[in-house]
Write a protein that binds this ligand. Structure first.
Ligand SMILES: [Zn+2]
Length: 300
């Protein structure tokens, strides 16, 4: 059995107001040395160039929620991002003209997550990729964002893939630490596929610590249906910190504290992420567990 990566897709600007990925893709396109001399081909893509031009997260709807089968096949849906998703799939999708085996989608967050990888399904290559990057990027967290493919993320549209998130950084800003950590992650990814294709013996059974969401916590609304509370200061900026018992989650303008019972040891993620206000999402609660990885399929 052979399991080689022939074509890697690196995407930035899936959200048009996140500059880091766009700046990196521009730099790679200007000087593609890092992509050359490998056993696989790399395509670098600005996913939503029109949204970047307008400096918006999206034009009609979130591109990173548009790779849903129902939307893509319903030809009455003409949102620009859905059309963009159709075009991207027509090129890079499994039945496209230039199919990619793996996508690394570069994002930033306003939340204090540090560097993290989000996997949508625990395929062997996704898990080994996460393990490899954990060794290259200090304090990298790995989240497994459940197995269903209804969310419509870009990374779910291809056979394998990950989202790289890093924060905190404001939308429409540029920051050296965030930029160079993301660059290190991309270079580590290129090394991963080089080793994956040539040295399966490197990928023996291992274990990996992962975070999985178990609850989406919404902002409390006031009597008028408006945002009624702020993230509690004891929680703000505490992504991936351990909480147990009752969580001090929110503070109302009166100073009243709203607590939330936790289902055992819990770790918040995307605390107060700015782009989630439009959906009233305040943060996610995650559980931590260890996963075992099997050997590379070419190594028995
Ligand atoms: Zn994003």
């Amino acid at each position: 059995m052979s399991f080689q990566i022939h074509h890697l897709l690196i995407a930035g600007g899936t959200h048009g107001d996140e500059w880091t990925g766009v700046k990196l893709i521009h730099a790679f396109l200007k000087k593609p040395d890092a992509f050359l001399g490998r056993t696989f081909r790399t395509s670098a893509l600005i996913s939503n160039p029109e949204a970047f031009k307008e400096q918006k997260r999206y034009l009609d709807r979130d591109l990173n929620r548009s790779f849903q089968k129902e939307l893509l096949t319903d030809l009455s849906v003409s949102d620009r991002e859905v059309q963009l998703a159709r075009n991207l799939l027509a090129t890079y999708g499994p039945d496209g003209t230039d199919p990619a085996d793996f996508v690394m989608d570069l994002h930033t967050t306003t939340a204090a997550t540090g560097p993290c990888l989000i996997l949508s399904h625990p395929s062997l290559i996704n898990l080994h990729f996460a393990c490899f990057l954990s060794e290259a990027i200090p304090n990298l967290k790995v989240a497994l964002w459940n197995g269903d493919r209804k969310t419509g993320f870009l990374k779910d549209a291809l056979p394998n893939g990950v989202t790289f998130e890093i924060g905190p950084i404001a939308q429409r800003t540029w920051n050296a630490e965030i930029y160079f950590t993301t660059q290190s992650a991309v270079l580590a990814a290129l090394d991963f596929f080089t080793v994956w294709n040539a040295h399966p013996e490197h990928f023996t059974d291992k274990s990996l610590e992962i975070f999985e969401p178990y609850q989406t916590v919404m902002y409390p609304l006031d009597a008028n249906g408006e945002l009624g509370a702020m993230i509690h200061p004891a929680l703000d900026g505490k992504d991936f910190s351990l909480f147990s018992g009752a969580l001090q989650a929110f503070m109302e303008p009166s100073g009243n504290v709203i607590t939330l019972p936790l289902d055992g040891p819990s770790y918040p993620m995307f605390v107060g992420e700015a782009s989630y206000y439009e959906k009233n999402v305040a943060f996610y609660l995650m559980k931590k567990r260890k996963m075992s990885l099997a050997n590379h399929p070419n190594w028995t």
